[in-house]
Design a protein around this ligand. Sequence first.
Ligand code: SAH
Ligand code: SF4
Length: 403
Amino acid sequence: MTADTPQTAHQHSAPITQDVVTIPRKLPEGGRVNLVGLTRDQLRDTLIAAGTPEKQAKMRVGQVWQWIYHWGVRDFALMTNLAKDYRAMLAERFTIELPEVVTRQISDDGTRKYLLRIAGGHEVEAVYIPEEGRGTLCISSQVGCTLTCSFCHTGTQKLVRNLTAAEIVGQVMVARDDLEEWPQQGVPKEETRLISNVVLMGMGEPLYNFEAVRDAMKVVMDGEGISLSRRRITLSTSGVVPEIARAAEEIGCLLAVSFHATTDEVRDKLVPINKRWNIETLLNTLREYPRLSNSERITFEYVMLKDVNDSDADARRLVKLISGIPAKINLIPFNEWPGAPYRRSDWERIEAFADIVHKAGYASPIRTPRGEDIMAACGQLKSATERARKSRAQIAAEAGLQG
Ligand code: SAH
Ligand code: SF4
C-alpha cells in the first residue's frame, strides 16, 4: 500500500500487514545529512566517511554527541571544543534538524500538544503531560497506523508512513526546546528536568517500526545525552507478538499492551490484530517479557467502553487470564472523538471494575483524561491534515457493530 492508497474493507478485516512507506533515514537537505537519530555506531561511521581519522573517531563522536544531546546545540559553530576547520567541515556536510512545530496548544490542565511537520509534508503529534513529581512525553512512531482498532482515532487515518529515528528523537528534542529543558552551565540538571518519562503511546504501532524506534530509544537512553533510563520509557503495543521478545532484548524498556477485552470475540472487534495473534498467544509471549527484559511488571491497558467490555464478569475474566504475570492494569476511560462508535463507561462502572481487579491483587489506576479540551488525550491524536473521512456508520460497520 502506498501512502495515498485508500484503505479497503478487506484491509480492515485483515489489518495485519506492515504496508507502510519508509523514507530514507538520512534526509538530505541541500545535500547535507541530518545527524539527529543516528546511533553512536552510525555517527562514528558517518564521521569517518566524512574524513575523520579512525583514531579520532571515538573522541569526535563523544564531543558531537554531547553538543547535540546534552547541550541541545544546533549550530556546529558553537561546538567550541572542536577545531574551527572541523566545525566548518561538519557544517558543510551535516545538519542538526528537528521536525518543524506547526502549532503548540496548551490545555487548561497544562498538557501541551505539539503538531509537528516532517518530510513529505506529513504531520504527527506529541503530547507533554505534567503531573505531580513527573512529566511524561507521549511520542508518535508512525504517521497514522496500519492497524484499525475500532475505538482509536488514529486508526481511522488513511495516510501512513513510518517515522525515521531522527523524527522520533526529534519529538523529544522539540519538547525539550519548548520546555527550556536543556541543561544550563552551572545549573544542576535536576532543576531543569521536566521530561522524566517517555511513552510510545502516540500515533502508530511502534513494533511495526521496530528499527527506527529501537535506534531512537538508544539515543534517548544514552547516558551522555538526554539520558532517560530504560525504566522510564514505556512502549505500548497492540500485540505484535513476534516483535515483543525482540523489544525486550534490543530495547529493554517497559512494556504496555493494549489488551482491552477478555474474550477473543470482543478483542477481534476492538483490536483486530487479535485475529492474527489471539489472547492466548499474546499472553504466552507476555509471560516471558519481564525475564527477557529484566524489568518488573507489564502494564495492561484497558479502555473502558460502555456495555462492551466493562462488566464485572470481564473484570473477573481479566484477572484470571493474566494470573502469574507481574502486571498493573491501567484503566483508560474512553476518550471520545467525532464519529466514534462507542461511549465512555459510567464512572461507577469503572470504579467497580477497578475494585475487582484491585482486590485480586493488581494495581488498577484509572487514567485521568488529560488535555481533552485540545484533543490530546489517548486515542484522540490525529493530525489536522488528515482528518476523518469515514462516517460513523462506516466505522461502526468495520467494528462489527450496529450502525
Ligand atoms: N499503537 C499502540 C500505541 C498507541 S495507543 C497501541 O495500540 O498500544 C496508546 C493507548 O491509547 C493504547 O492502549 C490505545 O489502545 C489507547 N487508546 C486508543 N484510542 C483510545 C481512545 N479513544 N480512548 C482511550 N484510549 C484509547
Ligand atoms: Fe494503531 Fe494503537 Fe490506535 Fe490500534 S490503538 S489503531 S494499534 S494507534
